[in-house]
Structure formats: structure tokens, C-alpha cells
Design a protein around this ligand. Structure first.
Ligand code: GLU
Length: 287
């Protein structure tokens, strides 16, 4: 089987050691499998994306010795595709309009009896008359996936949803997410929708990413099923922690690859910092 994996950063800040570990892990896996490695720019959130961060991604990854296929897919150039995927869910009534503000959602969650859905929002659609009224008034809304409708649409297949990750075969629990937002007024698609769509379109067979996204797989396999997309294998890797023992974030400037490079670190020293062995030199033809 062909092996295709990817690294999919969002250009909203400089890459740090955590990104380096993720990218090197995926790239190394592709090399070991004799497979392909893709780089995808997840720049849906145009308000937070900056061209200099994208340029820095290319520069930093190349410095680490990573190579990727061209052309690089940039999500902002494919919004129409995500909108079409959303439209198919709208037509099948698998999503509903949610007019609640963040605060209203928090209140709804707080007042909900603790049941199956835990602290996740599963409010469902408004009565049609109220919805029509709010639409007429031009109120903003988000599209949320209805777990109830998804369960009804898939029947027993919903409960049989499984995926493979590094621990083996896992039963999917989309309920962990509640009725997740798949699109907002100002975004044609959420990360979840765009990422799942692109992984399938690009033929990604192995999604390799940090264990902070372990939960996402539980939702992504449901989206794949609903949209008729191929399901990849998942591999979650450990996270790189900062000196405070917390996960690195964009604000940890000292851990950016940029800062490390400027302080004189070499790519191999960066590999060592994240617990990876030195690069094996490219094999020269031996006699
Ligand atoms: N753009 C996402 C991030 O930077 C990628 C997540 C993924 O690999 O699916 O966290």
C-alpha cells in the first residue's frame, strides 16, 4: 500500500520545537516507508494568518532538512470545495443553524443535565418559525453537525465506527465533541471539515500528529463516513513540553526554530532537543 503523510501547520505564528518534532516525525515515517510527504498550509483563518509566517514555515522546514512535494496546497485557495462539502451536509439535514453566542452556549452547557454528552453542546435546531425570524433579522449563525441526525442517518454503522491508531483499533466516540461547529458566518469551513476533506483529496493514508489531536480523530472518522471519504490510519505522537512542563505554544518565543537557529543551533541539535537521533547522511553508492 502506498504511504502518504503530511504536515499541516497554520501560518499564525513561527514554528517551534513542537512543530519541528511533528514535521520530522511525519517526514521520517514517509522516508522509512518509502512513501510521500506533503506539506499543507492550513490558512482558513485569514484574520490570524500572515504571509511572513507562511514564508517562515518553508524556510524553517527546509533548514531542518525536510523536503515536500510541490505544489503545496493552501486551504484559503479551496474554500469553494469546503463550502460544497458543507452544502451536501446541509442538503441531507445533518447540520443545523446555531444562532447562539459563545456565552449562550456556555450557559446552555452549564444548565444541561449531565448526561451522555457531558459538557458538550447538543442543542439542536431552533423551531422553524424562530429560525426564520432570526434569519430575516440578519442574525449571524454557525452550522453545527447534529450527532442525533448523524446517528439516525448511519444507523448501526454509527456505532460500528472504528479507526486505527498507535494503540490498535479504537471505537470512535464522536460524542466527545458534541454538536461541533463546521462553519461560521465568517469562515466557510472549520478546521475539522477542511482538514478531513483535504486529507482524503490528497490521498493521505497516514495522519501523523500530536496527541493533543487524539480527540479530533473521533470526530474526523464520523465526518469521513458522512462525506463518503476514505479513512486514513492515525498515529499520535508525544508532545514537546517547555521548561515549565507545559505544552509549547506560539507565545514561547525562545523555542521557535527561528530563535534557535539565530542562537547558533544546528538542525541536528534541534533533533536532539526533541529526542530524535542525528540525521543519517544520504547514502553514497557503496562498491
Ligand atoms: N493546522 C492544524 C494545526 O496546526 C493541523 C492539525 C492536523 O495535523 O490535522 O494544529
Amino acid at each position: 500500500m502506498e504511504f502518504v503523510t503530511r504536515f499541516a501547520p497554520s501560518p499564525t505564528g513561527y514554528l517551534h520545537l513542537g512543530h519541528a518534532f511533528s514535521a520530522l516525525t511525519a517526514f521520517g515515517a514517509a522516508q522509512a516507508a518509502g512513501g510521500r510527504f506533503l506539506l499543507r498550509i492550513e490558512d482558513i483563518d485569514q484574520g490570524r494568518t500572515r504571509p511572513e509566517f507562511e514564508a517562515a514555515i518553508f524556510e524553517d522546514l527546509a533548514w531542518l532538512g525536510i523536503t515536500w512535494e510541490e505544489p503545496v496546497r493552501r486551504q484559503s485557495e479551496h474554500m469553494g470545495e469546503y463550502a460544497a462539502a458543507l452544502q451536501s451536509l446541509i442538503e441531507r439535514e445533518l447540520v443545523y443553524r446555531c444562532f447562539r453566542t459563545r456565552r449562550e452556549i456556555a450557559e446552555a452547557i452549564a444548565s444541561a443535565p449531565h448526561g451522555e454528552a457531558g459538557e458538550r453542546f447538543t442543542g439542536g435546531a431552533l423551531p422553524p418559525a424562530e429560525e426564520a425570524e432570526r434569519l430575516a433579522a440578519g442574525e449571524a449563525f454557525a452550522w453545527r453537525l447534529s450527532l442525533k441526525k448523524a446517528r439516525a442517518a448511519l444507523g448501526p454503522a454509527y456505532f460500528a465506527l472504528v479507526f486505527e491508531d498507535e494503540t490498535g483499533l479504537v471505537r470512535a466516540e464522536p460524542e466527545r465533541h458534541g454538536d461541533v461547529v463546521l462553519a461560521r458566518k465568517d469562515f466557510a469551513a472549520s478546521y475539522h471539515l477542511a482538514s478531513v476533506w483535504d486529507d482524503a483529496l490528497q490521498g493521505v493514508t497516514h495522519v501523523i500528529r500530536g496527541e493533543d489531536l487524539r480527540d479530533a480523530a473521533h470526530l474526523h472518522v464520523l465526518l469521513q463516513k458522512l462525506l463518503g471519504l476514505a479513512q486514513p490510519v492515525y498515529r499520535h505522537h508525544r508532545l514537546i513540553l517547555g521548561e515549565d512542563g507545559k505544552r509549547l505554544a506560539k507565545r514561547d518565543q525562545a523555542a521557535t526554530l527561528r530563535a534557535l537557529r539565530e542562537s547558533g543551533k544546528t538542525p541536528d541539535e534541534v533533533r536532539a532537543l526533541v529526542g530524535l537521533p542525528e540525521r543519517t547522511p544520504p547514502s553514497t553508492s557503496s562498491g
